[in-house]
Design a protein around this ligand. Structure first.
Ligand code: DC
Length: 228
């Protein structure tokens, strides 16, 4: 490997971004950053403080000042990373239906995006990073060495997210999961600030019919090509 690469992975909810991003980061011994966790941490903090989700000014101020740290996984509970918010481990609390529901409106606020984008760029500055999100290739890291844009059909994504939630012991129906994904995709794609879309130079990676292993092998091949 000649030099550490910066790899951006974007795509809609449950398109396989974090599964692939985490795998590539481990394969390459790079830092893995799931940027959705930062938006989720701001959302959780707003919910806990009782700030109405419509209160853009207070939520923006929160995003600018909230202490958030993302640490590499320590192997517990099969987690990919640990998120500390004001020093408290909130990793599990970021994945509740309440946060799922409120995070898209929070992430549509331009001031929230500006504050979190600054933090993401600081983290990427040293290279050797796989960053996963919605606007990494378009806005956060437009000069990334490799940009992947993952897609999969809504049915395939709903099925995967449903099985994840079942494995976590959460009681949800496939229909609810499907409807929430469709709602979030619509908000994420239609918002004015950094909407979800592929960068012009992104490789579109449709994994609807791929197994996880096939997806890993294909992405590893793309990384090798990039490194030549
Ligand atoms: O990937 P996720 O489901 O954890 O992301 C949570 C929300 O955060 C998602 O609805 C869109 C938003 N997000 C974003 O707008 N930009 C990013 N780079 C990452 C996530």
């Amino acid at each position: 490997m000649s030099r550490p690469l910066v790899i951006a992975i974007d795509g809609p909810a449950a398109s396989g971004k974090s599964t692939l991003g985490y795998h590539l980061a481990r394969h390459l011994d790079y830092l893995y950053l799931d940027t959705g966790a930062l938006y989720r941490a701001v959302t959780l903090a707003a919910l806990r403080r009782g700030i109405p989700i419509e209160d853009e000014a207070r939520i923006t101020a929160l995003a600018e000042s909230l202490p958030i740290e993302v640490l590499p996984a320590d192997g517990r509970e099969g987690r990919q990373y640990t998120v500390l918010m004001e020093g408290e481990d909130v990793t599990g609390a970021l994945r509740t239906p309440e946060v799922d529901h409120a995070v898209s409106p929070v992430s549509a606020y331009p001031g929230v995006r500006a504050a979190l984008t600054r933090r993401m760029r600081e983290i990427a500055r040293r290279g050797g990073v796989v960053m996963v999100g919605r606007d990494i290739g378009t806005v956060v890291l437009p000069d990334a060495d490799l940009k992947l844009y993952l897609i999969a059909s809504l049915d395939a994504r709903a099925q995967r997210r449903f099985l994840d939630r079942l494995a976590q012991g959460k009681e949800v129906s496939l229909e609810e999961v499907r409807a929430d994904l469709a709602r979030r995709d619509a908000i994420d794609s239609s918002r004015k600030a950094a909407p979800l879309r592929p960068a012009d130079d992104a490789i579109i990676f449709d994994n609807t019919t791929l197994t996880i292993e096939e997806m890993f092998r294909e992405a590893e091949r793309l990384v090798r090509d990039e490194d030549c």
